[in-house]
Design a binder for this molecule. Sequence first.
Ligand code: HEC
Length: 145
Amino acid sequence: MKQLSLLVLSLTTFALAVSHAQAAEPLELQKVMKELGKNMQVITDGISREDWELVAKTAPMIAEHPQPPMSEKVRIMSFMGAKMSDFKAFDTKTHEAAHDLLHATHEKNGQKVIDAFQKVQSACLSCHQTFRAPFVAHFYGTSGK
Ligand code: HEC
């Protein structure tokens, strides 16, 4: 009996350790975000050089960015609950703004490209302001970086 309870205890400790390790593991979404950040920098560089081809090539990587796997989406959805529709709306706004940016590059009008780029940045910011802190607190148990 004593041995059994020791076994149960060590199994529980093991399970806790595993779930803790999982909680701290970065989400695929974070990798997607890092890529978005890099692509935004490439676009800034493209604008500085008036390299509209580079901007046109990079905008779709933001508009059609990869998505996290289904299992992770389920975790995100269960955390978001009713707020999931707001989260999705911010995502849609970002996709649309990136599409508009692509169209602006076709005219090779620098000011229009900058205006469209600013809308993409605002779309990123809206979601971050609303969701990033609670998201990071929930999935990593920290107050953010
Ligand atoms: C629908 C919501 C949403 C939108 C839209 C969004 N993000 Fe994020 N972003 C997040 C969340 C949530 C995190 C925190 C993810 C994490 O730490 O796992 C994040 C984190 C980040 C990070 C930090 C990643 C790191 O190294 O920890 C960067 C960079 C980033 N986003 C860039 C962008 C850019 C650029 C855009 C727009 C093109 C964008 N995001 C649009 C929700 C969003």
